[in-house]
Structures are given as structure tokens and as C-alpha cells.
Design a binder for this molecule. Structure first.
Ligand code: UDX
Length: 472
């Protein structure tokens, strides 16, 4: 009791000392890590993250955070209760805040006009209406979620509609954090982008947000643009990255026909400093929560403005990704004598990339569905993503979930490697070979393994964009 009281007094006293109050609406993959770093780096700001989900907020207040990111937990623990707070009291926190970040999700619409492509903005709109209903003092509202261009205009229109007296200034400040490296990306960003409205109050708001970042980001890394450029740059960054993957994957298909090796080609091409070496790893295709969604949003946006050819150009990046996933499955089918009925395939990896348990839009999901259609039996191995895999895949008799790869391969006809977890690199493949059905196949969808060594053990080895090594 005494402790609680002391705690509350301390809290009230410390509130008075804070220079500014920052609020983030949405305690997910973006809001949580971003605000944690801001709180770490700006001790004189009070940073609160709110969410309507109580279990999520409870988790942020516990020892078991709701998401895993390298370095996140230590950083949460060092600021939580001092200047970093997690709460479900959305209204109270809105009223208190000077700067409100909006980091709610903007999934692809699943219904009505633009279904499957346009951004679903219902959560953004609901948030704007909430802010408008509650706020009694002027606020800076910062778009953190990835939004279609000119979404800031919609936000402003909602916030200023009706009789409301309070003025809001909208800024766009997209995040560029990749999962697995979110903290690193936020602490050492390539750039921080701030879009603002060219007006007296717009400039003041811009400076206010710049002052937050200047606590740890060098001035030359802060880029300020107009609102629309900032919103569009986020979509374009993701589209360009995904385009590079689709480009190299398209060349992988050509390599397989011509006995060129895509790793060698990517290396040679990437050495050109104008091109650079990143995002040129051929594989089973990109996944994750951003790329497909953002490219489809971009294409939809182009179509909305009547730019049909531009829309088709970007859609092709996604089409190629689907093609790449389909090609991987076709290769498995063809190599294994055109039938998979009743054959066991051990799927190495389910997460959309290593070092995360996230399986959103993971190629593995599509691959499993295709393989199940061919009536294959699956044994799925992943160090962190098995719980997600279980909820995503049908409760079929034909699927096993295994933490231990040595169990998963018992009696398997093939291994399909779809996520390049390090732990798959150093397995005892001699032992694995001896415990599999023969002929034994390995399909290395990420070019992770030592193909010559596997071939020498006796495997028939198929990799992406490389000539197959087969004993058959
Ligand atoms: C991405 C962007 O990198 C980030 O800036 C943005 O804010 C959110 O989207 P993320 O989805 O976390 O981040 O992962 P990323 O590391 O970019 O990888 C995306 C996908 O591309 C993964 O499935 C990965 O396996 C695949 N990929 C990446 C390749 O297939 N080849 C490559 O060379 C690089």
C-alpha cells in the first residue's frame, strides 16, 4: 500500500518535470520498439504507448514482452516506469499528450472497393475520431503507420471537421525498421524522414519532432520534405527493395536454364557501386508484413490516378514473387518423379526470414498449401515460428510440427529449406541422409547449404538459380 502510494507520488512528481509528453497509439511491432528507443534516448520526455488490447499492454508491462526483437527487453526495462509507460487509458493519454504518434496497423483491405490491394484505413480513421473527440488542447499528430499518399489530408479533414476549436498539425514520419534489427535500425538510422505542411505552425511542429530525434540522430540524417513526398517515399523504399528481390529471382530462373549460377551473377552485378550488393539474394521469394502490402497499395494508388502502366509495372514485382514460390514447388514435384502423394517432406523454416517468429505473408505458408494440394505429408521445423505455423495451417493429419530437425527428417523423402536460419547450416547431414528415404532430395530455397558436400553424401541437391546436382 505504502509502496503503491509512494510510487504514485513519484509518478506525479516526475510528470511535472517532463519537458514534453509523447503518446503513441498502437503497441505493435512499430509502436513498441520506436517508443522504447525514444524513451531511452530522451529522458526528459514522457513517452506513453497505448493500445485498446489489454492483454497486449499487460504483456508490455510484464517480463514477457509481446514481441521479440534483439535488445528490446533490456531497453524496455531500463526506461519502463521512469519515462516509458504502457497503458490502455487511451482518452486520458490523448488529452495529456503534446505529440501523438499514430502506429495502428493498415492492412490490405479484404472487402469492397480495392479489396486485396488498397489499404484498409478504418483503424486510422477511428484513431483520428478518437483524438478529435477527446483533445482539448492543440496536438501534433504524427503518422507512423505506412499510409497511402495524401492520407495526412484525410487525417486533417477528420480532425478539423465540425465545430471543433482545437488545431492539429499533421506530420508524416514513416518508420524504416526491419524486423530482427528494429532497435539497431532505430538507434542508427540511415535517415529520419519528416514530412510537414509548409506553414508557420507546420514548421514549428516539424522542429518539435526534429528536436526529439536530435537527441541521438545527427542533423544531416534528418530529411524534411513536404507531407506527400514523405508518405510516398516510404511506399517507394519498400517497393524498390522488393523489386530488387524480384529482379534477382527472375534471373535465378534464367540461370537454371543456362547453367549460369545466380550467386555468381549477383556477386558480379552487385560489385558495381551504382547497383550495390544488398537485397540481391535469390530465394523462394520475399515475405513479411510490408512488401506485398505496400507494393499493392502503390499499384492501387497509381491506378486511382489513371496511371495504368505504372500500376502494372509495380504489380509485376508481386506477380514475379508468386511465380518464384510456384516455381520452387514445381521443381520439387518434377524432381520427385511428378508425384508427392504420401511422401514426407521436411520443411526447414517457416518464419518469413530468420531471427523472427513472424510468419506474416511468409513464402512457407504458400509452399505448404501447394504441397498439401499434391497430397504430400509435411513435417515443419522452425526454432521460433511453430506456434504461428500451427494456427495458420489447416489442422490436417498430414502435418507435423517439430522443434528437432533430426526427428522431422525421420522417413522423409525430401528436405525443403525455406528460411535461412543459421541452425540449419551446421546439422549432421550424413546422419540425416542415413535416416531418410532414398533417393533423398534437398531443395535449398535460400542457397544456405554447402551443395557439393551434400551431393557427395548422396543427396540430390536443388538450389535456387544454380544447376541441379543429381545422382539420378
Ligand atoms: C521491410 C523493410 O526492410 C523495412 O525497411 C520496412 O520498414 C518493413 O519491410 P522486413 O519485412 O522486416 O522489413 O524484412 P526484410 O529484411 O526487408 O526482408 C523482407 C523479405 O525479403 C524477407 O522475406 C527476406 O527473406 C526477403 N529477402 C531479402 C530476399 O529474399 N532476398 C534478399 O536479398 C533480401
Amino acid at each position: 500500500m505504502q509502496n503503491n502510494f509512494e510510487h504514485s507520488v513519484k509518478k506525479i512528481m516526475s510528470l511535472k518535470e517532463f519537458k514534453k509528453k509523447i503518446l503513441c497509439i498502437g503497441a505493435g511491432y512499430v509502436g513498441g520498439p520506436t517508443m522504447t528507443v525514444i524513451a531511452n534516448k530522451c529522458p526528459e520526455y514522457k513517452v506513453t504507448v497505448v493500445d485498446i488490447s489489454k492483454p497486449r499492454i499487460d504483456a508490455w508491462n510484464s517480463e514477457e514482452l509481446p514481441i521479440y526483437e534483439i535488445g528490446l527487453k533490456e531497453r524496455v526495462l531500463s526506461s519502463r516506469g521512469k519515462n516509458l509507460f504502457f497503458s490502455t487509458d487511451v482518452d486520458k493519454e490523448i488529452e495529456e499528450a503534446d505529440i501523438i504518434f499514430v502506429a495502428v496497423h493498415t492492412p490490405t483491405k479484404t472487402f469492397g472497393e480495392g479489396a486485396g490491394r488498397a489499404a484498409d484505413l478504418q483503424f486510422i480513421e477511428k484513431t483520428a475520431r478518437r483524438i478529435k473527440a477527446v483533445a482539448r488542447t492543440p496536438k501534433i499528430v504524427v503518422e507512423k503507420s505506412t499510409l497511402p499518399v495524401r492520407a495526412a489530408e484525410t487525417l486533417a479533414t477528420i480532425l478539423h471537421s465540425g465545430e471543433h476549436e482545437v488545431r492539429f498539425e499533421i506530420l508524416s514520419n514513416p518508420e524504416f525498421m526491419a524486423e530482427g534489427t528494429a532497435i539497431q535500425d532505430m538507434e542508427h538510422p540511415d535517415r529520419i524522414l519528416i514530412g510537414y505542411n509548409e506553414s508557420e505552425s507546420g514548421r514549428l511542429a516539424r522542429d518539435e519532432l526534429m528536436n526529439v530525434y536530435l537527441n541521438w540522430v545527427p542533423r544531416e540524417k534528418l530529411i524534411t520534405t513536404n507531407l506527400w513526398s514523405s508518405e510516398l517515399s516510404k511506399l517507394v523504399s519498400n517497393a524498390f527493395l522488393a523489386q530488387r528481390i524480384s529482379s534477382i529471382n527472375s534471373i535465378a530462373a534464367l540461370c537454371e536454364e543456362t547453367e549460369a549460377d545466380v550467386v555468381e551473377v549477383a556477386n558480379a552485378v552487385g560489385k558495381d557501386s551504382r547497383i550495390g550488393s544488398k537485397f540481391l539474394r535469390a530465394g523462394v521469394g520475399f515475405g513479411g508484413s510490408c512488401f506485398r502490402k505496400d507494393i499493392l497499395h502503390l499499384a492501387y494508388l497509381c491506378e486511382y490516378y489513371g496511371l495504368i502502366e505504372v500500376a502494372r509495372f509495380w504489380e509485376q514485382v508481386v506477380t514475379l514473387n508468386d511465380y518464384q514460390i510456384g516455381r520452387f514447388v514445381k521443381q520439387i514435384l518434377q524432381a520427385m518423379f511428378n508425384t508427392l502423394v504420401g511422401k514426407k517432406i521436411a520443411l526447414f523454416g517457416y518464419a518469413f526470414k530468420p531471427d523472427t517468429s513472424d510468419t506474416r505473408d511468409a513464402p512457407a505458408g504458400y509452399i505448404c498449401h501447394h504441397l498439401l494440394k499434391e497430397k504430400a505429408k509435411l513435417s515443419i521445423v522452425d526454432p521460433y515460428a511453430l506456434d504461428n505455423a500451427r494456427t495458420e495451417l489447416p489442422g490436417d493429419e498430414g502435418i507435423e510440427f517439430e522443434k528437432d530437425p533430426y526427428k522431422a527428417i525421420q522417413g522423409a523423402h525430401a528436405i525443403a529449406l525455406v528460411t535461412e536460419w543459421d541452425c540449419f547450416r551446421d546439422l549432421d547431414y550424413k546422419r540425416i541422409f542415413s535416416e531418410m528415404e532414398k533417393p533423398a532430395f534437398i531443395f535449398d530455397g535460400r542457397n544456405l547449404l554447402n551443395h557439393q558436400a551434400l551431393f557427395d553424401i548422396g543427396f540430390n541437391v536443388y538450389a535456387v538459380g544454380k544447376p541441379p546436382r543429381s545422382h539420378l
